[in-house]
Design a protein around this ligand. Structure first.
Ligand SMILES: [Zn+2]
Length: 338
């Protein structure tokens, strides 16, 4: 028997009610990214009793995350827990009635369709345009709603995409911004700005799950919570849109060699050329000849020369100590193998 007392205050809220609560308990949401936005979204949805949450993140917890990534603590940072695992553990303590699945993967065009399958809505908590364009394409392709969200400094933006009825991300921004742009790694971010965006994203998700589509805000909302500037635009669908008009899925269908991506903080991420399963215990024993190795059950941290490699069991690694993909690739090849 499900414990209804836990949800009594939101059952009293008429748009949810007892029937709505049942619906939420049977709902499934995917959260893409477990940083500041993702942890705020997951916290709210777990407490609201959304029955199944899938959390996907490629990264591990660091001390500089704790100021705004609300599901982590100092022990998670000390142990370098993968964010998806640390978040899932915390959520199970918050609400033991729901299912939480933590997936430690870097989302790309090879795994995104599998990762979104079964979810009724996807919440964007990524930190880069490439992942959002990929998410937008998979959403249009599979007719899955998603809620865009982005925060930098004290400024946040959000928009809800219902394929077939609203504009999609590419209607509004046909291509990613060119050149350098501000990120949380360059101009910082404050927790309240994150909380504002996450609150709207979560509310929109609840409306979608409960079928209250007429109550969605229908705009692109932007708010600078420090400068007190609010903006709202009403995006229109672009009939010429390459994604929702022409249904061309350039990001989804892209193929290429082993790719690397910069992820801020003087680091480069390296993907294994083909999917592989590393034996971390064996690798640890081998790497100990060359430098210091620490491990938890999900990853290895290997320090050698000026570099620090965090190696996941699927062969992915984050190489700290360089911005240069060529340098990172050669360090990777030297110690882990091409
Ligand atoms: Zn579009």
């Amino acid at each position: 028997m499900m414990n209804r007392e836990k949800y009594s205050r939101q059952i009293l809220f008429p748009p949810i009610g007892a029937d709505g609560q049942e619906k939420l308990l049977e709902s499934k949401v995917m959260i893409l990214g477990c940083g500041a936005l993702g942890t705020a979204q997951a916290n709210a949805l777990a407490r609201a009793g959304v029955g199944t949450l899938r959390l996907v993140d490629r990264d591990f917890v660091e001390e500089s995350n704790l100021q705004r990534q609300i599901l982590y603590d100092e022990a998670d940072a000390r142990e370098r827990m993968p964010k998806a695992i640390a978040a899932a553990r915390k959520l199970k303590q918050i609400n033991s009635e729901i299912r939480v699945e933590g997936v430690v993967e870097d989302v790309d065009n090879r795994n995104i369709e599998k990762l979104v399958s079964g979810s009724q809505v996807i919440l964007d908590a990524t930190d880069n345009f490439e992942a959002r364009y990929l998410l937008n394409e998979v959403s249009v392709k599979l007719a899955l709603p998603w809620v865009y969200g982005a925060v930098v400094a004290s400024y946040g933006m959000t928009m809800t995409i219902l394929p077939g009825s609203t504009a999609c991300l590419a209607c509004l921004f046909p291509s990613p911004p060119e050149g350098a742009h501000d990120t949380c790694d360059t101009v910082g971010v404050i927790g309240p700005a994150v909380a504002w965006v996450a609150a709207i994203q979560v509310t929109e998700a609840l409306k979608i799950l409960l079928g209250h589509h007429q109550e969605l805000h229908g705009g692109m909302l932007a708010y600078d919570i420090w400068k007190n500037r609010f903006q709202e635009v009403r995006p229109r669908r672009d009939p010429q849109c390459r994604v929702c008009g022409a249904r061309e899925f350039a990001y989804l269908s892209r193929t290429g060699p082993m790719h690397t991506s910069l992820c801020g903080r003087d680091s480069v991420q390296i993907h294994a050329a083909a999917s592989r399963q590393l034996n971390l215990a064996e690798l640890k024993a081998r790497l100990e000849q060359f430098g210091r190795v620490r491990a938890n059950e999900f990853l290895l941290i290997f320090s050698v020369d000026a570099y620090e490699l965090t190696i996941f069991s699927d062969g992915r690694a984050i190489v700290k100590g360089t911005h240069d993909p060529a340098v990172a690739r050669s360090v990777y090849a030297k110690y882990i193998g091409a």
